[in-house]
Design a protein around this ligand. Structure first.
Ligand SMILES: Cc1cc2nc3c(=O)[nH]c(=O)nc-3n(C[C@H](O)[C@H](O)[C@H](O)COP(=O)(O)O)c2cc1C
Length: 177
């Protein structure tokens, strides 16, 4: 099942990109992962929504074609990054074309802080709920980078935990797609 992974960190050495690479590396399911570079999107403007640039059309097609979505979000000031909200907003317009509707989704929070992106995940859940996505509520994923990774790799406990999460998500997608 085609799973679109949107990554909230766009810096070169982004923690959330590392999490994505580790999820791909340790994937123990039949989910196939692909991502989309949200840094290439313009800021959302209603002036552009009826005739958006190609990057926006590419994002919209990627969302349309996905059987499921995973958001990997860092925490910026107790919320999820604006660049991720921008991408989400693009796939809700023009009015009446909410491409997220009924997509099975999982949210992975990651941060350098001990609460593992809790604030980011909670805010993102609100948005997903409004967009009528089928978000898997359990197990929750809050990765504290200082204890869950070493030298850019998940520690063994994190690998085991993430594989359990992915198995649950695979079942969730089967049930809700
Ligand atoms: C603007 C900004 C705000 C941040 N706010 C938080 C925060 O609220 N909680 C937290 O745990 N870490 C916070 N951090 C630290 C991030 O967890 C850390 O920079 C992490 O690497 C971000 O993930 P990324 O590398 O994928 O962007 C913040 C970082 C930035 C740049």
């Amino acid at each position: 099942m085609k799973t679109l992974v949107l990554i909230g960190g766009i810096s070169q050495n982004s923690l959330s990109k590392t999490v994505y690479n580790q999820i791909v590396k340790h994937n123990n399911t039949n989910l196939t992962f692909g991502t989309f570079d949200i840094s290439a999107l313009p800021y959302f403007s209603q002036d552009l929504e009826n005739n958006p640039p190609q990057t926006v059309k590419d994002l919209q097609n990627a969302v349309k074609q996905a059987d499921a979505v995973i958001f990997i979000t860092p925490e910026y000031n107790r919320s999820f990054p604006g660049v991720l909200k921008n991408a989400i907003d693009w796939a809700t317009r023009p009015y009446g074309q909410n491409l997220w509707n009924e997509k099975p989704a999982a949210i992975v929070g990651v941060s350098l802080g001990k609460i593992g992106g809790f604030g980011a995940v909670q805010h993102l859940k609100n948005v997903c709920s409004f967009l009528n996505m089928n978000v898997m509520n359990q197990p929750e994923v809050y990765l504290d980078a200082s204890s869950s990774m070493e030298n850019g790799e998940f520690v063994p406990d994190t690998v085991e935990f993430l594989q359990m999460v992915l198995k649950n998500f695979e079942n969730w997608v089967e049930k809700t797609k």
